[in-house]
Design a protein around this ligand. Structure first.
Ligand code: AMP
Length: 122
């Protein structure tokens, strides 16, 4: 998987397509997922062109990594999920079933989320 500068999240960052913004800082943007899987389903992305968790964790600056971590906590806290709990998910690469080639963290909550993974079918 290669970074495609025309991926949907790069286009959101450039303002070419709209998003329902939740929060923003110098290094990150948080917005509602267009196809929510839970009552709260927010995506947190770095503003830099990073393909995946693998790419981001290797190349991003300490400031970018700290900002992403803090934004995930802030989004969950401000959505009222800190007490009840939530899940943070970064689908990465083929086996992780990553669809959009720009790193995004899913923040999911607002209902019991069930077991972490579906069991593979035999
Ligand atoms: P993933 O499978 O982890 O790559 O997830 C991609 C996510 O991006 C999915 O949950 C989609 O619903 C979401 N998505 C795709 N296009 C948009 C968009 N224009 N605005 C908000 N979320 C989107």
């Amino acid at each position: 998987m290669m970074y495609d500068p025309n991926n949907v999240f790069a286009r959101i960052l450039r303002g070419e397509i709209p998003c329902k913004k939740v929060a923003e800082d110098e290094h990150t943007l948080a917005f509602h997922d267009i196809n929510p899987q839970a009552p709260v389903h927010v995506l947190v992305i770095p503003k830099g062109a990073y393909l995946s968790w693998d790419d981001f964790s290797a190349r991003a600056t300490d400031a970018e990594q700290a900002a992403l971590t803090r934004m995930v906590g802030r989004v969950a806290r401000e959505a009222g999920l800190a007490e009840t709990g939530y899940r943070v998910l970064a689908n990465t690469g083929r086996d992780g079933h990553q669809d959009v080639p720009h790193l995004h963290l899913h923040v999911l909550g607002g209902r019991p989320l069930g077991p972490m993974l579906q069991r593979p079918r035999d």
